[in-house]
Design a binder for this molecule. Structure first.
Ligand code: CA
Length: 725
């Protein structure tokens, strides 16, 4: 049966709302509508130039670039809101984005207007005083690309320059939008769409060049960053982070040189990876542009580079010349990366006194759990210390700059290894913040263990996950006490870290991992949202909680601050989602399950409130138990782990960001299931096309497993009860 026939027994809209894929757009309501007479163009604005961003502190009321300054400190010099008066904060306004997925954007503020992105790359320009929409731009992305996105249909924000707003899209485009009226000025493709590339990161703009990377290293791509002329969209340069197939000729001497650190035929099993999907920074004085490089593809180093090798520039910070893309230096955090240990996490530039001398440093707390301080002029390692418990390396050797690895972490004899941190990282993309006032870095840190082991059946599959690491080992236990223990091992905290002494100063424990990014302010405050749907202010020196607000949905994005007239605002994008939520949001509920996306703005003496939460419809019937041989269910569980769990959740119980297969009519109907899983009937809507990869027998086994989970007795009440403990 094909999709048209499925649509015959459900209605088309119902079918869409039940699409079993990471790309489901189901249930989303249109954003607050702007009627024709409300629609306006923005007032005349000052053009944004390099000087404006370099001298951002001369205009502390604005937020002109992703990390506010090129140093990406995410520190606001505004001090109207202080530790003393933070208790008077209230909601000034909120804006409904009309979405139901993760919202990861950092808003940009200029001339009283907020520019912010929502799911599916819709850009909103809002009046920063009232939250009223001025214009909206929808690039109408190809939603089928959602099938190749590892970690939700998210975007981390726009950049502004001159009179334009710039955004990268999930279908690999870079778009310039007229800041005045929200109309596209130019729109260029930045990727080969035959490969599983996507863009979720925010562009950075340096000296009139828009620089953008991409993602896709879970599935199989070769990473790079590209610079485009901000005015015309013309491509100026491209820097590859890993070498290509030597037989096709290396692009330059650097590629030839780094190819010496690779072995085997990496271009046949995932193109190497090394995507630059988030973090970048710029030092105008040194004229160095820094990029954070991601994990290998496949994750498993032995499959990617079987005869060894460090695999440059995976998991590295690389310094480039922004005019040409010329390589200057690199530091590799995790040589021979095999754990999805990206170095794409937020990088902060600051001047720190180290051993009596002021050094220009770059700081990063990547997934691997160590906090690095490097000299940003030459990449020299100044210090490194673990900021959470780690068991893959004992320390970083200061002579060689390399981690002293624990041998078991590479699965000798193919023995799986329970490790901290895992692929979710000790710190993921959620931005941290550095306060020059306190000298502390505020990290959204977490502990999320993972059991790694080799996938014995690995073969490269186009446009699907290709990790070479068997997810079977990391599936959660089903027995209640063990499940409870697994829950207890998941931790998250706001960690105040002294980067000079390399030690914790204070920490605030949260209910679990996957909390929001951080803002620090000259008012002596640190702001952070949490997975359990709260937004709070803490004393920057002590961690004492000064204020908190119930936001109805979990927060993963980072807050910003700006000033209009005499009022200092703190704003944050709320919307629960991302990779942790797709995989574990169902089995580890946080109390933030409301599926909505909003921009929230707070100021002193405001008393706005959010609309009351509507009752979310409960799950429909559990599919009737079918009798299946335990061996078939076990085979189904294994295949579910290989193909389904990253989107539809552990134990076949999803967060609801994508359909919960236990309650899906597709599961109840054997023929519908077969058509979707075996024939790719819903591929146009973002469900991966598994045709040719999952055969009839395996599809039936996966269905038998899902139905057995649906009847397991581990239901919503079970997961909620354990979440409370
Ligand atoms: Ca990754």
């Amino acid at each position: 049966m094909r999709f048209s026939q499925i649509a015959g027994f459900l209605t088309l809209s119902a079918a869409i709302s039940l699409v079993p894929g990471c790309g489901n757009n189901g249930g989303e309501q249109p954003a607050q509508t702007v009627s024709a007479h409300d629609r306006a163009t923005a007032p005349e604005q000052d053009l944004i130039t390099a000087t404006d961003i370099i001298e951002a502190d001369a205009n502390p009321g604005e937020w002109l670039s992703h990390g506010r300054t090129y140093s990406e400190q995410r520190f606001s010099p505004l001090a109207t809101i202080t530790a003393e008066n933070a208790g008077d904060l209230g909601l000034a306004w909120s804006f409904d984005l009309g979405t139901s997925r993760g919202i990861e954007a950092t808003p940009i503020v200029h001339d009283g207007i907020i520019y912010v992105t929502a799911n599916w790359n819709v850009v909103h320009a809002l009046d920063a005083t009232t939250g009223k929409e001025i214009w909206r731009y929808d690039p109408k992305v190809d939603k089928s690309r959602a099938a190749i996105l590892c970690c939700d249909v998210v975007n981390r924000g726009v950049a502004i320059w001159g009179d334009k707003v710039y955004m990268g899209t999930i279908d690999g485009r870079l778009i310039a939008i007229d800041a005045k009226n929200g109309e596209a000025a130019w729109d260029v493709g930045t990727v080969d769409l035959s490969k599983p590339y996507s863009i979720t990161g925010a562009p950075r703009i340096v000296k009139g060049k828009v620089i953008i990377g991409n993602g896709g290293a879970e599935l199989g791509v070769r990473g790079y960053v590209t610079a485009y002329d901000a005015e015309t969209g013309d491509q100026l340069w491209r820097f590859y982070t890993v070498p290509g197939n030597p037989a096709e000729g290396h692009e330059n001497k650097l590629m030839k040189r780094i190819a010496q650190t690779w072995t085997g035929r990496w271009w046949e099993v995932g193109d190497g990876g090394g995507t630059v999907w988030d973090s970048m920074a710029y030092d105008p004085e040194l004229d160095l542009f820094y990029i954070g490089v991601g994990n290998g593809s496949p994750w498993n180093h032995q499959l990617r580079s079987p005869d060894g090798g460090d695999n440059l520039f995976l998991s590295s910070i690389v310094a480039l010349r922004p005019d040409t893309g010329e390589y200057v230096w690199h530091y590799q955090t995790t040589p021979a990366e095999t754990w999805d240990f990206t170095a794409t996490q937020h990088m902060i530039l600051a001047d720190l006194e180290v051993d009596g001398a002021v050094r220009k440093v770059i700081m990063q707390a990547p997934k691997n759990g160590f906090f690095y301080v490097l000299d940003r002029e030459n990449g020299e390692l100044l210090s490194a210390q673990n900021f959470v418990p780690v068991n893959w390396a004992t320390h970083i050797d200061m002579e060689t700059g390399r981690p002293a690895e624990i041998a078991a972490a590479r699965w000798p004899g193919k023995q799986p290894y329970g490790q901290l941190p895992g692929p979710l990282g000790a710190h993921n993309w959620h931005p941290m913040s550095y306060s020059p006032d306190t000298g502390l870095v505020y990290i959204p840190a977490q502990e999320a263990p993972w059991a790694y082991g080799e996938d014995p059946d690995f073969t490269y599959k186009d446009n699907l996950w290709n990790t070479g690491s068997d997810f079977f080992y990391s599936a959660l236990p089903t027995e209640a006490a063990q499940f409870k223990a697994a829950k207890a091992a998941l931790k998250g905290r706001l960690l105040a870290w002294d980067p000079v002494k390399q030690e914790a100063v204070w920490a605030v424990e949260h209910g679990g991992p996957w909390n929001g990014g951080v803002l620090s302010t000259a008012g002596g405050l640190v702001f952070q949202g949490t997975a359990d749907a709260h937004f709070a202010a803490y004393d920057a020196r002590t961690g004492e909680k000064k204020w908190r607000f119930f936001t109805q949905t979990g927060i993963v994005a980072a807050p910003i601050s700006y000033k209009i007239g005499d009022d200092q605002y703190v704003a944050v994008a709320a919307g629960w989602g991302g990779s942790f939520v797709l995989g574990y949001g169902g089995v580890f509920p946080t109390g933030s399950e409301a599926k909505l996306g909003r921009i929230l703005a707070f100021k002193l003496a405001a008393n706005g409130s959010l609309p009351e939460l509507e009752n979310v419809a409960g799950p429909i019937d559990v599919p009737a138990l079918i009798t299946a041989d335990p061996d078939i269910i076990a085979a189904g569980q294994r295949a579910y782990g290989d193909y389904c769990s990253v989107c539809h959740g552990d134990q076949a119980y999803s967060s609801g960001l994508v359909p919960n297969l236990r309650f899906s009519p597709m599961t109840a109907d054997e023929e519908a299931w077969r058509s979707v899983v075996v024939e790719g009937a819903l591929a146009p809507l973002g469900m991966p096309d598994f045709s040719g990869l999952i055969d009839e027998e395996t599809a039936a086994a996966i269905r038998a497993y899902v139905i057995s989970e649906a009847n397991s007795g581990r239901d919503k009440a079970f997961y909620e009860e354990i979440a409370k403990q």
